[in-house]
Design a protein around this ligand. Structure first.
Ligand code: ADP
Ligand code: MG
Length: 323
């Protein structure tokens, strides 16, 4: 049972960034408007996520750490039909199997909540405590009981790089949520939750970059496209500056990346790539989702139509007066 949990945990918990991803998704699912993430030593020492969401009911708190006890979604096709990001009900048990967790949560405003401590998958403490509405979770000593996995962790710099990259994209996908990230006491990101995506672009990439972005928007019978694309001179040495959001969710799409590269082809030197935040809205039946826990790849069923609409829209922006 212990071993089974640790093996299953390997699926969900690849590295500190995967823990951050699961915790932040839970905070988003809970309707939080503020999410504060604090990380020590690339997440290997500790990861703290504090949210002001709906909290967990007292009686449900131990349940949340039991494998498959709770899943907000039951099938992968539900994934894009409802707002919820979680779908497996195994993130918390998996994280708990390979770390030491303390979670404090309250689902109301009486100032009282519950604290639970879980070590290597075993609950060691459950008590009432003072707590505001929302949830605070602290995950410490990741892989302390699986030294073989711990050995595979890269440098602090690499791990915080993965975490910051993920948080930046989550902030870009959720401009109405105020999100902060601190690492070893240093502020890495702070967004204000105004709902203005250009403000998030400024927080992530800097004000000058935000000023050099052009807004795009287009729609046809199947797709709505909104977003921001960079002036050609603001180019980058890789494709990491492309963020794609589908129905409110940050995803990876080779097809969309490829369209941007093609649209910029005549505007950029070889091996240079644009910065872009592309938000797509569509009916969920037009999506095919690969639900590997660590990445979110989608395919579009009318891919050619979407690609043509996006390419036309981006090219029009690049040829417009503003440049
Ligand atoms: P899933 O997200 O797939 O349902 P998790 O293991 O990630 O499974 O979380 C288990 C349950 O714990 C969730 O379904 C939710 O009810 C509760 N939960 C976890 N984190 C939070 C949070 N930050 N705020 C409110 N509820 C939470
Ligand atoms: Mg979850």
């Amino acid at each position: 049972e212990q071993l089974a949990n640790q093996i299953a945990a390997g699926e969900v918990v690849e590295r500190p960034a995967s823990i951050v991803k699961e915790l932040v998704e839970n905070a988003i699912d809970a309707g939080s408007t503020t999410i504060d993430i604090t990380v020590e030593e690339g997440g290997l020492t500790s990861i703290t996520v504090i949210d002001n969401g709906s909290g967990i009911h007292e009686a449900d708190i131990p349940q949340a750490f039991l494998r498959h006890a709770t899943s907000k979604i039951t099938t992968s096709s539900d994934l894009f039909r409802i707002a919820s990001l979680g779908f497996r009900g195994e993130a918390l048990p998996s994280i708990a199997a390979v770390s030491r967790i303390e979670l404090v949560s309250s689902d109301n405003n009486d100032g009282i909540g519950t604290v639970i401590a879980v070590e290597g998958g075993h609950i060691t403490r459950v008590e009432r405590c003072n707590a505001p509405l929302g949830t605070r979770i602290v995950v410490k000593d990741i892989f302390y009981n699986t030294p073989a996995r711990l050995k595979y962790m890269k440098s602090v710099q690499t791990e915080i790089g993965h975490i910051a990259d993920y948080i930046n994209r989550i902030a870009l996908a959720h401009p109405a949520i105020s999100i902060s990230l601190k690492h070893n006491g240093n502020a890495i990101l702070q967004t204000i939750g105004s709902g203005d995506r250009l403000q998030v672009i400024a927080a992530v990439y800097g004000r000058n970059t935000a000023k050099a972005m052009q807004e795009i928007s287009a729609e046809d019978a199947d797709y709505t496209i909104r977003g921001f694309v960079s002036r050609p001179e603001l180019n980058r040495s890789n494709r990491n500056g492309i963020t794609v959001i589908v129905n409110g969710r940050y995803i990876r799409s080779f097809a969309i990346n490829q369209v941007l590269v093609t649209a910029y082809h005549t505007f950029l030197p070889i091996h240079r790539f644009p910065l872009a935040v592309i938000e797509l809205e569509m009916h969920p039946t037009l999506l095919d989702v690969n639900v590997h826990p660590s990445k979110m790849e989608v395919r579009f069923s009318k891919e050619q139509e979407l690609k043509q609409l996006l390419e036309k829209t981006v090219r029009a922006a690049l040829q417009s007066e503003r440049y």
